[in-house]
Design a protein around this ligand. Structure first.
Ligand SMILES: [Zn+2]
Length: 290
């Protein structure tokens, strides 16, 4: 825990140091924008082909082929979801929350990409519609759909409360992936990763920089929709925190289901989709190859 009062005196030029202007670490102006006219054309031809209802305090996985669309909707009541993505053909390629945050900021919305882990490092999905984009940032610095949280989990719960809770998003996603792939739980668990917190309203407190959550503005009918850029396994947990306006890692909050719907433009249109290439970095890390 950091001390309330600094242990070291500020130097004479402290204010000058603090006055340096921030520089964006990773400007993305040079990145190609989504091809909106192609995306709209495909979306207009897409019709619903499948759905998965994720019950409260549980998770589910569904296959989403490249070039199709998946929509995550609030149904019945305010509820947040923890989203994991894996390459359906190689689950070692998975969503990279930290680098997505570095590129697109703390919260995602329309046009932002969900990037995959190294060495593939490419867009796995593109957000094409967000009915909560009106929210922006509130007076506390909070916003919706963050990539700053990790996922609620029983290890942190145990650390802070001394008791075990088994229906955190980490556990729900572990069980769902194990069942979907027919893996033992202990083999599935390491594939579960930091999430996109769908519909969750979060930020960092201005005074202490601590991660906070507040009641989500999501209402039944709200949705976040994505284009699958590559063949995906989509895993979604309906968080035991419900709308995350009070408490998570317990059975206390009122929880509701979430719905994933698949919209497919048909095989011909879908097959015209070009999956983003993997990173062209040569992976030598400056070492001579033999
Ligand atoms: Zn959760």
């Amino acid at each position: 825990m950091k001390p309330d009062i600094p242990q070291h005196a500020a130097p004479a030029d402290a204010e000058t140091q603090r006055a340096h202007k921030p520089i964006i670490c990773y400007p993305i102006d040079q990145l190609a924008s989504p091809d909106w006219s192609a995306i709209r054309k495909c979306r207009d031809q897409a019709s619903k082909t499948d759905e998965l209802r994720v019950e409260p305090r549980s998770a589910g996985c569904i296959h989403v082929p490249a070039g199709t669309f998946f929509r995550i909707s609030s149904v019945e009541g305010a509820q947040v979801g923890d989203l994991n993505l894996w390459n359906a053909n190689d689950i070692s390629e998975r969503f990279y929350s930290g680098k997505t945050r570095a590129l697109h900021g703390t919260h995602l919305s329309t046009g932002d990409r969900m990037w995959s882990s190294f060495p593939a490092f490419r867009p796995m999905a593109t957000i094409i519609e967000d009915t909560l984009d009106w929210y922006g940032f509130d007076e506390f610095g909070g916003s919706v759909h963050d990539v700053i949280g990790t996922r609620c989990d029983p290890y942190t719960g145990r650390l802070l409360s001394g008791s075990d809770y088994h229906y955190c998003c980490h556990s729900n996603l572990t069980v769902a992936l194990a069942q979907y792939l027919g893996l033992p739980i202990e083999e599935a668990e390491p594939h579960v990763h930091d999430v996109l917190n769908v519909f969750m309203c979060t930020g960092f407190t201005r005074d202490t920089g601590q991660y906070f959550m507040k009641a989500s503005p999501v209402r039944p009918g709200d949705f976040l929709e994505f284009l699958a850029e590559i063949d995906l396994i989509v895993g979604l947990s309906a968080c035991p925190g419900g709308d995350c306006g009070d408490e998570h890692t317990s059975d206390k909050a009122t929880c509701h289901p979430l719905l994933i719907e698949i919209y497919d433009p048909g095989e011909e249109v879908r097959s015209s989709h070009v999956a983003p290439p993997t990173s062209k970095y040569d992976r030598s890390h400056g070492q001579k190859t033999k």
